[in-house]
Design a protein around this ligand. Sequence first.
Ligand code: ZN
Length: 161
Amino acid sequence: MMQIARNAVAAFHYTLTDDQDQVIDSSAGRDPLTYLHGSGQIVPGLEKQMEGRSTGDKFSAEVTPEEGYGVHQSELMQEVPRDAFQGVEDIQPGMQFQGRGPQGEINVTVTKVEDDKVFVDGNHPLAGKTLYFAIEVTDVREASAEELEHGHVHGTGGHQH
Ligand code: ZN
């Protein structure tokens, strides 16, 4: 049976929970997630633990923030004057905007609004979190030459072109 290795295309079902056992995301009821192994399309800590698995394998994978969505960076939390949001009438916590971060454009989420001050957080919503995946591998195959050239999967669960 083929094992997941560099340049394999693998499909898997997953349930992602946090350390409070809350489900953050799941592929249940959807198509499995398909990716090209070794191309960085899934978080590094999970990609590492997919290595060597084959169709039918079920396992749990714990992924640290460093190998997940990154550690929480306090410098990405900023206080912005209300005036910076011209044209937006009603700013509410949870709203997302494009902002400027140390490495260029980032998505920021409003965390709090206080009078003429808006507090935004440019961290990924899952930054700083340990991720707990329950994985079931549903398919493993060789990538086609064209998929390797494009660096992504074609067909079901991938690019249609
Ligand atoms: Zn392509």
